[in-house]
Design a protein around this ligand. Sequence first.
Ligand code: ADP
Length: 427
Amino acid sequence: MTTHSRRPTLVLVYQRTTLPWVFESAERAGIDLVLVPRPDEDVSEKRLPPAVVDVVRLDVESDPAGALAALRRRYEEDPFQGIVTLYDPAVPFVAETAELLGLPGIGREAARSAQDKRVMRERLAAAGLHTPGFVRLDDPADWAAAAHLAFPVVVKPAQGFSSLGVTKADTPQSLKGVVDEVWQTCASKLGRVDGLVVEEYLDGPEFAVESLAHGGDVRILTIGYKGDPQGPHFEEGVYRAPAALPDAVRDAILREVTAAHRALGITDGPTHTELRLRGGGTPYLLEMGARIGGSGVSHYIASAVTGIDLAAQALRIAAGITPEPLGAGSMPMPVAAAANYIVPCHGSGRITAIRGLDELRNDPRVDHVVQMLFPGDVVRPYPDFTGYPAFVLSRHADTSEAEAFHRYLDQAVRVDYAHDTDPQGQA
Ligand code: ADP
């Protein structure tokens, strides 16, 4: 099938169709999408999500050269205006394709500095931004090079995502074992490991920041609370925005995140930043993704809190269309609170039931229950990451209501297993 529409058209790489926001935003923005589905997703051409006019199957991860050649041929036959992804590992491929086809994008260099945590740490440190002591390891045998850091430290893959393999080591004596374990986990789950980063543990609560850049002008839309995970593994938990923060801390976050865009060379498009407030007040970046976060969850949060259609703005920028003006002021005034609750696995084994989810689908506070694991699926114990059982996305008058709702969910939702290996799962 070839598209002959005169609407702007974007190639959207590796977006799961079960996460609806970017498709809905494309429709609202009048932008057509050519979807490159995830290889493991069976996309029916009869029931396509909104705005999708065509489906092209490409293996961007195993055969990037073949995928690029196919996109080039398509572009020559039927030009599209841009290419975009919300999937972190595909950010460099998308940036490279855009650069080679002369389409809008952040460029290969900026994409690599956002996607590779070694490059990110080096660039942030060179720009004088807050950086924990860190060491890059290209080989697990070199682990001793990181033994001089202040412990505890965190060991993570240079090009990981979803906290895969990210592990805390409390003492220099445990470092070798943790480095070997992270290397093995990543080799088996990612297929290859380019290297690791070992960095000092940043003690303090965690926040996510959703931003939008255009022509070098960086606007921060929301800052949300992400919990205070202590490790040794860092399963994601909650996201509640807007975060209640003293003005001075909020301003420090705005400065740090804006400067990080400059340091990494990200001038255009959405970013999703995660940071911790070391000692409770000083923002230290954990990572900055040059994409909408959480496969679109960041759009849900930012648009509910600000009323701004983040994904539509991001798609316009990717298509070379000027985004709508965001108004004056350092940050948009929140119009509501929004939250994501990631149902914890709390155990491992074969799932027999996920209790409490069905009731939530009719709860007026809940906009979406996105279920990823089902009865029959097997959750393997950490560090072998299987995925999250479900997201519960909700909207509230203010953040304290969101907090109360999450306390309720802690009791109301539970995963049952046929064979529990983790005592927490037997609660
Ligand atoms: P990923 O890209 O796989 O999500 P991150 O670097 O964001 O990897 O790490 C995942 C999580 O691990 C973070 O959200 C944070 O909770 C924790 N973490 C990572 N690095 C550190 C650190 N230096 N100090 C404290 N916690 C960390």
